[in-house]
Design a protein around this ligand. Sequence first.
Ligand SMILES: C[S@@+](CC[C@H](N)C(=O)[O-])C[C@H]1O[C@@H](n2cnc3c(N)ncnc32)[C@H](O)[C@@H]1O
Length: 209
Amino acid sequence: MFDVIGQTVKAFSQIRLGPWQGLGDTLLVGEGNLSFAKSLLRQPAVQITHMTATTYEKEKDLSEEVRQNAALLQRCGALVMHGVDATHLEKSFRPYEFDTIIFQFPNVGSREAKHGHNPNHVMIRKFLRSAVPYLSSAGKILISAVDSPHYQGAFQFDDAATFAGYATPESYPFDPSLFPGYSHTNTNDDESALDEHSRFATWVFRLKK
Ligand SMILES: C[S@@+](CC[C@H](N)C(=O)[O-])C[C@H]1O[C@@H](n2cnc3c(N)ncnc32)[C@H](O)[C@@H]1O
């Protein structure tokens, strides 16, 4: 009887977490205030074996809150790095293969077109291409974003995947409430785009076989 209840609870938890389980050796890029990394470390169900959490911002530019989050992550055994450009991972990492690479709500904070494309699309293309040598063959990249035609038009995840050598990504609903303590912040201010939207998704990218 208790076995059945236990298995049912486990099955529900697996459905709720979707792609957020079996993460293994995990790299997070563009972490902003590091609160998502902190929330993940508090959740055994996501099965992280080692975490490398990074911010784009350089150490000298970090707020006291981010410094405190970085210190807490380090005390929990995570490696924390600053000034990491997700579009040029080779500038920060020697050859290495992560099981999972995560970029939560990427945003360059500019609307200026680059080479005739939306700058966020260009950034995602470059990030996916830069991540290829840092992903194990069975590994996955998780990118969460607002799930709306406007944001999908901006990112064009399917085109970015094809450009960088990944299969067409699958998407799963992303529920921020499953990640206690995660306080998403925008790129250019302390507001949160999550307050202005209600539908979010995580796109899962795997290398093309
Ligand atoms: C909307 S914020 C989200 C921050 C955090 N991931 C979260 O969910 O709260 C977008 C983040 O992308 C970062 N970013 C922009 N360009 C980047 C790049 N080339 N490499 C890494 N991070 C970048 C910004 O510094 C910013 O922290």
